[in-house]
Design a protein around this ligand. Structure first.
Ligand code: C2E
Ligand code: MG
Ligand code: MG
Ligand code: MG
Length: 288
């Protein structure tokens, strides 16, 4: 009796596994095709300077628009791209698209903004990223000082020494370096000092419960203060309410991005956003 149950259990378990494995393989095959069919798109999310309200940058975020019109989020396909190594050609394509687009905007006489691109672990540690970016900058003529690369703590902590060397090499190209999703990994203040970084991005998990969670407010304020001490720029991500923005302003956070201003937008819509955007007057804060 017990034996039978066990066997049934195993059967269901293995069917589940097979299904999951099949879905992954299916997604991998579709992703390979997506590249050939040019179904990948770069969206841009505006980044706003808190003190002036001006648009100062945009983060490039990948989207997959399938032939059936479905839009697949990067959190579903980036991990697979990462495991299969497909992330290297995809990531290089993103960099190229962003630099080309940035060059076009400058050629049209638009005010320069910083363009931020996410780098994955494979791309950063296992491809010659310095050379790839050097080539892309040269080919597109995009000025490196307008490009910012985002890395997560886990990527930097994985191989500290190597990471520092690669970061230095990237810095020498003249571009900016950010630490993304800050606060979710294991890096300490002491570690952070070792890396040549310019920007800290506060993870949205700390922002989302402001003002309900006092501890998140304290963590956020501490990260901002720490960034100032280290002379780094600090950006809050995932800002959805005016209350969150007011809190960040009161703590002297430099910039933010979030649905409060805009979701990530396809290029044409982002261009329309740029044309129509007017900084909102700063709401006076009460000083008792
Ligand atoms: P990330 O780099 O931390 O990007 C920020 C994420 O927060 C984006 O999710 C963005 O759409 C979302 N977001 C922005 N504002 C708000 C807000 O107000 N509320 C909420 N709830 N979310 C907000 P997205 O676009 O789904 O990207 C997820 C992750 O996928 C990114 O996290 C990044 O790690 C990765 N990713 C996206 N594009 C690329 C890429 O080109 N290369 C690599 N390697 N990774 C990428
Ligand atoms: Mg990012
Ligand atoms: Mg982030
Ligand atoms: Mg994130």
């Amino acid at each position: 009796q017990a034996k039978n149950d066990g066997r049934n259990c195993f059967k269901y378990f293995s069917e589940d596994l097979t299904r999951a494995a099949r879905e992954r393989m299916d997604l991998e095959i579709r992703l390979r095709l997506a590249i050939e069919r040019r179904e990948l798109r770069v969206y841009f999310q505006p980044q706003i300077d808190i003190a002036s309200g001006h648009l100062v940058g945009a983060e490039a975020l990948l989207r997959w628009e399938t032939d059936t019109g479905e839009i697949i989020s990067p959190s579903r396909f980036i991990p697979i791209a990462e495991e299969t190594g497909l992330i290297v050609p995809i990531g290089n394509w993103v960099l190229q698209e962003v630099c080309r687009q940035g060059r076009r905007w400058l050629n049209r006489g638009l005010a320069p903004i910083k363009l931020a691109v996410n780098l994955s672990s494979q791309q950063f540690l296992h491809s010659d990223i310095g050379e790839a970016i050097g080539n892309i900058l040269r080919e597109t003529g995009f000025p490196p000082e307008h490009l910012e690369l985002e890395l997560t703590e886990s990527v930097l902590m994985k191989r500290e020494r190597e990471a520092i060397e690669i970061l230095q090499q990237l810095h020498e190209l003249g571009l900016g370096l950010s630490i993304d999703d800050f606060g979710t990994g294991y890096s300490s203040l002491a570690y952070l000092k070792l890396f040549p970084l310019d920007v800290i991005k506060i993870d949205k998990s700390f922002i989302e419960d402001i003002p309900d969670h006092a501890d998140d407010m304290e963590i956020t304020a501490t990260i901002i203060a720490m960034a100032k001490t280290l002379k780094m720029r600090v950006i809050a991500e995932g800002v959805e309410t005016a209350e969150q923005l007011n809190f960040l302003r009161s703590r002297d956070c430099d910039q933010y991005q979030g649905y409060l201003t805009s979701r990530p937008l396809p290029i044409a819509e982002f261009e329309k956003f740029r044309r129509d955007y007017r900084p909102r007057p700063v709401e006076p804060t009460c000083i008792d």
